[in-house]
Design a protein around this ligand. Structure first.
Ligand code: ADP
Length: 644
């Protein structure tokens, strides 16, 4: 007999299980039946290439056997089983990185909060909610009867394993039920739970037949009977499936704990034949940023082939969960072979198209429920979806109809209301040439950026792109519906009328000397200094070259280890602003150059601050502002002079 210690995260999880009074602890049965069904799936798949594995016991099944007198509940399958090493690994650690990370992040008081259980997949360990001792006996299909394993634990820090002789293949889990969990011995209760949670399971789930008192007296032993419908849900016609059945399938087959935001169930027949049942989760999965994760199970003609099938979905749809059942793939595909299959590429193409079309439809629906569902999807997965605008050239236009942004057009009473590009285009006033956007490190920075001023005045809507991924998107999405996308922080001159342009030329003549002076003073960090039409309230702003990088992008690249030369931008001045007017007058009067240079440096830095950026030398900025304040405090306030 060997003693083992549970991995720390498992101990935390068990602590949660044992010490919380989770009202839905009945789900333990779903978890165990689901594991048993997975074990049958795996064996069926392996037997395709090694039929000897099934020999002698061909009908895969899951039996649920209550033993009332001993207060035992036994769940038994004849699936693939486990070796001792597998039992130690699978029933002593948590493989899922998301769950691990989540548990690690919990504080002590949170750990006693029962509601947390509902937030992540707990699988096998959930049985400790109803049992104070669990014994697992198993034998892998690939080994002989001398190599069985017995695993046992009371859910404290340890478990023990030992090698046993076991004639039958598969796994028997014996739960020693807690006193307050005896209702799980009742036949009707178990039947109800199996129907509720495991009806779709593709293998027979059996219970002992109900015996009359008379029969019991006679000592009759009950035969087993199948309780579940036993047909894969996705193979049934859509109109025969209830919402609840879909939801249960989502929870048990996709191992999710939330309610799906939307689902998509369809079959395709023709040169490519397959059925897909897909869900978008209602909450962010914990492994959302695990880029290798794909939540799709692959079946071939109803036979389970693999979980987490990477080749069927692009990275930016990694949050989709569900199953795909292909009629065309060979049954014995491995992950490696899968990549080379033409069929897989075609399947993937279809899936992506269907998912995006579905989301697009959802997003343009006027139905309250659907609007809500779409808003949740956008809030949870919007940034992930937008990655696709960079990576999936083929579907860029399709995807562009799904993404949403906040914008200057949001009504005052709903400032967070988002808009899609289609609606933006519909609202464009005559004469507006491009779809305008601003990228900024935060929404507040975007909203108060001086770059917006001229666009607001013109009545042109500007989209706020404030997520890190949007910086990338802005580099790739050049066009939508044949209209160019343009950053308001770059050299656009659509704003000015011919008259404006003329006026600007005139002012430039007056300001010429001053502009030249500024350019020289700031030669190290701006490429040009010029007058601008885009400002109304602010004295100045920085704008990029047409194809230049934004400072945020520059920063991103640098953080990714790229050696980035500093990009110089253009400083644009507002000739109507009193500060600019005064500085130019000061320059014209032949004022001391060094003082003027200090003022100009402050002006440049506050342009950076106004767009939410980081100034290069904050200490120098602080020193200059202090000097200005000292000057201001020393001299009598101007208003006092004027007012008398
Ligand atoms: P999950 O099922 O989400 O992977 P669990 O904690 O429920 O997590 O189970 C952990 C692992 O233990 C499973 O992935 C599987 O490898 C193994 N396991 C659990 N139950 C069985 C079973 N009845 N037969 C074979 N293996 C099992």
């Amino acid at each position: 007999m060997t003693q083992h210690v549970f991995q720390t995260e498992v101990q935390q999880l068990l602590h949660l299980m044992i010490h919380s009074l989770y009202s839905e602890r009945e789900i333990f049965l779903r978890e165990l039946i689901s594991n048993a069904s997975d074990a049958c799936d795996k064996l069926r798949f392996q037997s395709l290439t090694n039929s000897a594995l099934l020999r002698g016991d061909e009908t895969l099944r899951v039996d649920v056997l209550p033993q009332a007198e001993e207060k035992l509940l036994v769940i038994q399958d004849n699936g693939v089983g486990m070796t001792e090493a597998e039992a130690v690994e699978h029933l002593g650690t948590i493989a899922k990185s998301g769950t691990k990370a989540f548990l690690g992040s919990l504080g002590e008081d949170q750990k006693s909060n029962a509601n947390l259980i509902g937030q992540f997949g707990v699988g096998f360990y959930s049985a400790f909610m109803v049992a104070d001792r669990i014994v697992v006996e198993s034998r892998a299909a690939s080994v002989d009867s001398d190599h069985g394993v017995r695993w046992e634990s009371t859910g404290d820090g340890n478990f023990v394993t030992e090698t046993i002789t076991r004639a039958q293949r598969g796994t028997t889990i014996t739960l020693h039920l807690k006193d307050d969990a005896k209702d799980f011995l009742e036949g009707w209760r178990l039947r109800e739970l199996i129907k509720k949670y495991s009806d779709y399971v593709a293998y027979p789930v059996r219970l002992p037949k109900h015996l009359t008192d008379e029969e019991k007296k006679k000592g009759a032993s009950a035969d087993l009977e199948q309780v579940n419908a036993g047909q894969a849900l996705w193979t049934r016609p859509k109109d025969g499936i209830t919402d609840d059945q879909y939801k249960e399938f989502y929870k048990s087959a996709c191992k999710q704990w939330d309610e799906p935001a939307t689902r998509l169930h369809f079959s395709v027949e023709g040169t490519l034949s397959f059925t897909a049942l897909l869900f978008v989760p209602g909450q962010k999965p914990m492994d959302l940023f695990d880029r290798d994760r794909r939540g799709l199970g692959l079946y071939v003609r109803r036979v389970f082939v693999m979980d987490d099938c990477r080749d069927l979905l692009p990275e930016y749809l990694r949050f989709v969960r569900g199953v795909v059942d292909s009629d065309d793939l060979p049954l014995n595909v491995s992950r490696e072979i899968l990549q080379q299959q033409d069929t897989v590429a075609k399947l993937r193409k279809q899936l992506v198209k269907r998912i995006l079309d579905h989301l697009q439809k959802l997003g343009s629906s006027n139905e309250e429920e659907e609007k809500k569902a779409f808003a949740a999807i956008d809030a949870n997965f919007g940034p992930v979806l937008r990655e696709g605008l960079v990576s999936d050239f083929e579907n860029r236009e399709r995807l562009a109809r799904v993404v949403r942004y906040r914008s200057t057009a949001a009504p005052a009473d709903a400032p967070d209301q988002k808009t899609g590009l289609e609606d933006y285009v519909r609202r464009m006033p005559e004469g507006q040439k491009a779809i305008y956007f601003i990228t900024a490190p935060s929404l507040d920075a975007a909203k108060s950026s001086p770059h917006l001023e001229g666009f607001k005045k013109k009545g042109y809507e500007v989209l706020f792109m404030t997520d890190q991924v949007d910086e990338w998107v802005a580099q790739h999405l050049h066009e939508f519906d044949k209209r160019p996308l343009a950053s308001v922080a770059k050299g656009v001159d659509d704003l000015a009328s011919d008259e404006d342009k003329k006026a600007l030329e005139e002012s430039t003549k007056t300001y010429g000397g001053f502009l030249g002076f500024c350019k020289e003073a700031l030669a190290d960090d701006v490429s040009d200094v010029r007058l601008s039409n885009r400002l109304t309230d602010s004295p100045c702003c920085l704008v990029g070259e047409e194809h230049g990088m934004t400072p945020q992008m520059e920063e991103l690249m640098r953080r990714m280890g790229q050696d980035m030369p500093k990009q110089k931008r253009i400083l644009e001045l507002n000739a109507q602003h009193p500060l600019v007017e005064k500085l130019q007058a000061l320059h014209a009067s032949g004022s001391e150059a060094s003082r003027l240079k200090e003022y100009i440096a402050v002006m440049r830095d506050q342009a950076v601050l106004a767009e939410g950026g980081r100034i290069a030398d904050p200490a120098a900025f602080a020193r200059r502002v202090q000097a200005l304040l000292v000057g201001a405090v020393d001299s009598p306030p101007q208003t006092a002079k004027a007012g008398g």
